[in-house]
Design a protein around this ligand. Structure first.
Ligand code: ADP
Ligand code: MG
Length: 611
């Protein structure tokens, strides 16, 4: 019996399907999925492919030499990469907004006043409000005595910023409840004589005023323009139990932009240029306007120039071609917030700075693909042919989903790229290949949460969260509570955990569940949803996404637990129904391309194009 194998080499996974032709019909026998070895489209893929074929063959079981033909996807055209640069620093001229999250702040409430050193307390005025700054050498007993003395005289001490971990100690000794922030490492950097707001939430709660841009605006009397600039700051403070915001007299909240540089898009319709500092939306507008893209460059000597250059160098290296022959075919840009350590200032906490994350896709030459096919053939002893375009193949595979029919649109969301295809009633197809998918989401999660652990980021992307409230119960993201009969290990206690199906993973950070969830969902929106909309626009005959009634999602990222709902929410506005595919009624959204390759091969045989 002659078997055929369909292979889809992805950025993340290599998927295999083995089939045979029986009585003029194609029968699918076995499938497999394994990690792609090396960068997609390079000869290092061979090891992974052979392993995958072997595993699939064993399931039937057959010998690998029973396979007469391998048909694989044209894996060359794209390689995804990701570059990240902060394009602008949100600096509040000579003033600072700092979220500080000591373990045990003192007191509760909100205080606003001018900062004054406790040594200089004798100089304060009766009719003004103050925030006391208490340096290390000031012991909590002396500090509390001084505060009480002045409170008694009627002075308005509204809050305190303390170097030592003594917030609670002071709070317990003074006659008025004021917010006290402690463990402020660089207390000497706190500007004195400046307007300052201090907020401490009750235990188990989060600050409300300083994490709200209008809250900050109210306190510091900002106009609407200034308020816009504190949005990022306020967002960065969400989920803190305490925070300090200080504004100096220069006080204009200004965004200082690092020269971000122009992105030059060489399009089929026209060449366009856009400054990266204008943000993702503007960049993507221009990408859309440019039509088919021939290449994308960054102006040399700027941030983006360096960014694109490094993509080109890496790609040239990976694909063994000259730098000048590497052309960027698509990019997807998203705005992001990058945590950056504040130099000096109130503490060693970080602030969030604006950045833009860019995933780029390059077109490599078919030569490399041929090399890969050749090596695969030599190593396996099986004939190899390069099958069709990924989007088209994914469409063929997705059409095996029970209940689907032409006309249909599919979106294959993988690790590196988002591929989409539309097939009309009469079988005409239009497909696209776009940069950015699951990997970009994981990378951004890693970055925005400052995890420095891409595996953890990947888990945060894939699974819901819970808070371990006692050793016997957890609270899920949706607020529901789950009880256990056996106590959990103490290491989970009071932690936010990732609910992997096999085990719980505690997140080693002081970030709360709501914040992590918000970051996760925002990033998915920015990458997945943006790309789905972009893809649908491109494959639509009229450029209007209302053309589609049904959109079937395939690819690893469509396994995402919340993505299908997010997609449904977005697309229902356009009257589109979206759902996860179920390839061959058995594979879920997996194996679409591999299945499509086999179907396509079979069609070619039956049409007499291949003997
Ligand atoms: P490729 O074709 O590029 O190799 P795949 O279709 O195999 O990509 O999809 C891989 C992507 O799917 C990865 O980004 C991975 O994180 C993501 N992924 C896999 N399983 C899940 C899951 N259960 N939830 C969310 N994302 C997932
Ligand atoms: Mg894929």
């Amino acid at each position: 019996m002659d078997y055929i194998a369909g292979i889809d080499i992805g950025n993340a996974t290599t998927e295999t399907v083995i089939g045979k032709i029986e009585n003029g019909r194609l029968v699918f026998c076995s499938s497999d999925i394994t990690k792609t070895t090396g960068i997609k489209g390079t000869t290092r893929n061979v090891i992974g492919i052979i392993n995958s074929i072997k595993t699939a063959a064993k399931k039937i079981p057959i010998n690998i030499d029973d396979i007469k033909m391998i048909t694989m996807n044209e894996a060359t055209p794209v390689i995804g990469d990701f570059a990240m640069d902060n394009i602008s620093e949100t600096i509040i001229t000579d003033s600072s907004i700092i979220g500080h999250n000591p373990d045990t702040p003192g007191g509760i409430g909100f205080g606003f006043g001018e900062t004054v050193l406790i040594q200089n307390i004798s100089g304060i005025l009766l009719n003004k409000k103050y925030i006391l700054v208490i340096p290390e050498e000031y012991d909590f007993i002396i500090a509390s005595k001084k505060i009480n003395e002045y409170l008694e005289k009627g002075y308005k001490i509204e809050g305190a910023i303390v170097k030592n971990d003594e917030g609670v100690l002071i709070s317990n000794r003074i006659s008025k409840q004021i917010p006290i922030i402690d463990e402020v490492r660089y207390i000497e950097k706190v500007p004195i004589g400046m307007e300052c707001a201090v907020e401490v939430a009750p235990a188990g709660r989060y600050i409300e005023s300083l994490s709200n841009p209008y809250g900050i605006a109210t306190v510091f009397k900002l106009d609407s323009d200034e308020t816009k600039h504190v949005v990022c700051m306020a967002k960065a403070l969400i989920g803190n139990r305490s925070a300090v915001v200080i504004k100096t007299p220069l006080g204009n909240i200004e965004r200082r932009k690092i020269p971000a540089g122009e992105i030059i898009i060489l399009g089929e319709k026209r060449n366009l240029s856009v400054n990266a500092a204008e943000g993702a939306e503007k960049i993507m507008e221009n990408i859309e306007k440019a039509g088919e893209i021939k290449d994308i460059k960054g102006k040399t000597g700027t941030n983006v120039g360096g960014m694109f250059e490094s993509i080109r160098i890496r790609m040239a290296d990976i694909t063994e071609q000259e730098i000048k022959t590497v052309h960027i075919k698509d990019i997807v840009a998203v705005d992001t917030l990058i945590p950056k350590a504040i130099e000096g200032r109130v503490s060693n906490e970080f602030s969030m700075e604006n950045g833009v994350g860019i995933a780029a896709m390059v077109k490599t030459q078919r030569l490399l693909m041929k090399k890969l096919a050749h090596q695969l053939s030599e190593r396996s002893g099986i004939k190899v042919q390069i099958g069709g375009i990924e989007g088209d193949m994914a469409m063929k595979g997705a059409l095996t989903t029970p209940g689907t029919n032409r006309p249909m649109a599919i979106v294959d969301i993988g690790a590196g790229s988002t591929d989409a295809c539309f097939m009309s009633h009469d079988g005409q197809t239009k497909s696209v290949h776009l940069a950015g998918a699951g990997d970009m989401v994981s990378l951004l999660i890693n970055l925005e949460l400052g995890l420095d652990d891409i595996f953890l980021a990947e888990d945060i992307k894939k699974y819901p969260l819970a808070k371990v409230e006692s050793l016997f119960h957890i609270r899920h993201e949706d607020g529901s509570v789950q009880f256990f009969n056996e106590p959990m290990e103490p290491k989970y206690f009071a932690r936010v955990v990732i609910l992997r199906p096999d085990r719980m993973i505690p997140i080693p950070l002081k970030i709360n569940m709501e914040k992590i969830r918000m970051v996760r969902q925002e990033i998915k929106n920015k990458v997945f949803i943006q790309n789905i909309i972009r893809a649908l626009k491109k494959i639509s005959i009229t450029g209007n996404i209302r053309d589609f009634e049904h959109v079937v999602l395939v690819g690893g990222s469509s396994l995402d637990f919340e993505l299908p709902n997010m997609v449904t929410d977005t697309l229902s506005i356009y009257g589109i129904v979206a759902g996860r595919g179920n390839v061959r009624g058995t594979q879920g959204p997996r194996n679409a391309v591999a299945t499509g390759l086999l179907l396509s091969y079979f069609e070619e045989i039956t049409n007499g194009r291949i003997k």
